[in-house]
Design a protein around this ligand. Structure first.
Ligand code: 5GP
Length: 122
């Protein structure tokens, strides 16, 4: 996998999602467990648009998949599944996206996945 030169050491704990995790900024929560927090995107790009973030400080997918424990990875993706269920988009379909790094258009440097659905996406 391409090394994006993004490591735990480069994590900026002042990013918006770190502030949401610390409770310094509010969010509309969908699901939470010890591995992950899921909440609605504040600027939704679909009728249903959720974000799921790990509780620990990983910058992007590359850092998460190479540095997180197997338990964290499993726990995170189970939380993604739970969020899809709670959003009610499983039956009609949805889009799962993770923007990573500069070329991927990642804006918030805390690893996250987008779940978009609730309508037919272009
Ligand atoms: P990225 O481009 O990094 O993959 O996506 C970041 C997402 O975070 C964007 O869809 C943006 O709308 C969302 N976002 C940015 N700031 C906030 C915030 O303060 N609260 C919530 N709930 N979402 C945010």
């Amino acid at each position: 996998m391409k090394n994006l030169s993004v490591t735990l050491e480069s994590y900026n704990d002042q990013n918006i999602f770190a502030k949401i995790l610390r409770g310094e900024i509010s969010c509309k929560k969908i699901y939470e467990d010890s591995y992950a927090l899921a909440f609605y995107d504040v600027f939704p790009k679909a009728a249903a648009h959720a974000l799921v973030i790990p509780k620990k400080p990983y910058v992007c997918f590359d850092g998460f998949i190479t540095q997180a424990s197997d338990d964290e990875i499993t726990g995170f993706f189970k939380a993604v599944g739970k969020t899809i269920e709670l959003l009610g988009v499983a039956e009609e379909g949805f889009r799962l996206v993770s923007n990573s790094g500069e070329h991927g258009g990642q804006e918030v440097p805390h690893f996250h996945v987008h779940i978009m659905g609730g309508e037919k996406l272009s």
